[in-house]
Design a protein around this ligand. Sequence first.
Ligand code: PRP
Length: 210
Amino acid sequence: MRPLRIALTKGRLETRATSLFQTMGLDCKHLIKKGRKLILPVDDFEVVLAKAADVITYVEHGACDIGIVGKDTIVEYDPEIYEMTDLGFGKCIFALACKKGSDFYSGYTEKVVATKYPNVARKFFEGKGMDVKIIKIEGSVELAPLLDLADAIVDIVETGKTIKENGLMVIEEIMPISARVIVNIASMKLRKEEIESFLADVELAKEIIE
Ligand code: PRP
């Protein structure tokens, strides 16, 4: 049988997840000195580095058994997976933001909202009974209101620096976000013991880190 595969979101969650693995007693030397390699042996596991949305895809389709990914991506894609635990790091918020001094809710014209998370934005405005036009942007979403493409953005805010340094302001906080462990549904049945043992070690390491 192949090693259990853990899909890990590249970038902001990577360092914290590596410390979590180290606290779990896993040998992370290959992960730390990874170079450009995308599949790394970590003890008896294989760690696969991927973009957040792809972590979801790999876990949902069973190419990976376990994933570490932000709640933001889980909420956006609403995948058929088990969400097992909140890792308590990678904390940020989904927020609605616009140019400082502008009044997003005033006027009667249809508002334009730019976001990397069109489903989250759609649901948020549906909940308000408000019709908005949503434009999907792939990154640096804060540009959209500055370039007058959109009246506001729905995006994740961590330190608030990007918003501040680009003359934007948060109008509403939508929901808190943090890193989660997700598990493929079939793997949870077929490799229950191994996955439960991994999850138990995660819980112990979480307590130590906290
Ligand atoms: C995220 C988010 C904001 C920024 C917020 O982008 O989309 O742009 O981080 O962080 P802050 O509140 O600490 O400033 P990310 O760095 O993931 O890159 P992207 O914009 O290319 O998606």
